[in-house]
Ligand binder design. Sequence first.
Ligand code: 5GP
Length: 190
Amino acid sequence: MDILKQRILAEASVLNSDVLKVDSLLNHGVDPELTMEMGREFARRFAGETVTKIITVESSGIPVAFATAYELGVPLVFARRKRTLIGDADAYCERVPSFTKGIVTDLIVSRHLLKAEDSVLFIDDIIANGDAARGLLRIVDQSGARIAGIGIVLEKSFQAGGRTLREMGYRVETLVKIKSLDGNEIIFED
Ligand code: 5GP
């Protein structure tokens, strides 16, 4: 997606050689038109797969996951990071390290939102080491549902997450791949 690369070049900033700040597009603000375009692109790429549900992680995954769900005409479920008083006490829960927060967080999904008959497409904003993705995939596995694929807006391909998931046999589609942030410069693959 060339438009996404241009917007990243114009609006993102390199915090250090591991972390890109993409607040206006992915992590704090939302451009509805661009986000719907991302959703259309994921829907196009996964058109040949059976998808009954989209799953993501709150909060940065929700806009693009919503756009994809809208385009595919299926419901969206997002994993919560905190238990709520009215939440399901018996929910699926996986503990994962958080790349940006530097702490361990929980991913929580109520059991009734995932069914063994579901074919689930996981959509998220950014993949670094892949901990969040693998945690969520473990939850989907526990539910008995199948994983239809994984769609990530931005893959930092110098970190192992995307590669690890492909090696595990999943179909991983990413809209933009960044191969380096060294020297304060964003270098895309291809
Ligand atoms: P992972 O579990 O793959 O290591 O990290 C995934 C999550 O950490 C993403 O959903 C994203 O919210 C956050 N994250 C990872 N790398 C970056 C980054 O370079 N910039 C920002 N803003 N968030 C990141």
